[in-house]
Design a protein around this ligand. Sequence first.
Ligand code: PEP
Length: 255
Amino acid sequence: MPSSRTRLIAGNWKMNNDVPAAKELAEALVEKVPAGNGVEVVICPPTIDLACTSHKIADSAIKLGAQNVYWEEKGAYTGETSCSMLKSVNAEYCIIGHSERRDYFKETDADENKKAKALIAAGITPIFCCGESLETREAGEHVAFVTAQIRAGLEGVAVESADQLVIAYEPIWAIGTGKTATAADAQEVCGAIRATLVEIFGEELASGIRVLYGGSAKPENIAGFLAEEDVDGALVGGASLKADDFAAMVEKAGE
Ligand code: PEP
């Protein structure tokens, strides 16, 4: 990884932790996650926990991310959360396009595209997830599938500086299953993602955009992924719920 890209470790809590549990985990993370080791750290709690988590991490180097957003500014959209609402709790990042949202909530590339545009316009960095199913991988179509998701999701998205966008490659078959891609599998797709970013945004911008790996990443395997040229960090699900494991991953990313 060229030194120009700061490694990023982002925790996706998914639908875990009510308010008391979120406060407890945030406190433990503030205590245990190493600061000043050159790694950027983001945690993405459920929407209900954003405000209390923001308060708990306010004096730390840990940054806040959301797990979802709606692209309209305000109005009759029951149950949704706008960019300005995320800004009001100091969220700096927002996960979009996660396979769970695409699969269970039928979100499309067009939806992710609108979310990406709204977030960037609001000054929040999308963590744009992409990834293939086992069936697609076994058919040997994973690179074409993922790069098509990138092209469709980012069509017409105006990125002016590399810190306005993060990509997370998460093979669906490796999420929450304990099955990980090999570091070489991750590099194959992350490299293809970067080449696609070069086509879309040009070499200079694309070389600064962080591309993360996600899918059963844990303290024992993270170093292997991070050793790859185009893997700049990790999006972490299960292991982000344990302060010791998450802190250990941040520590390894700083080595
Ligand atoms: C995720 O869903 O973003 C994820 C990477 O989950 P896990 O680490 O639990 O596989």
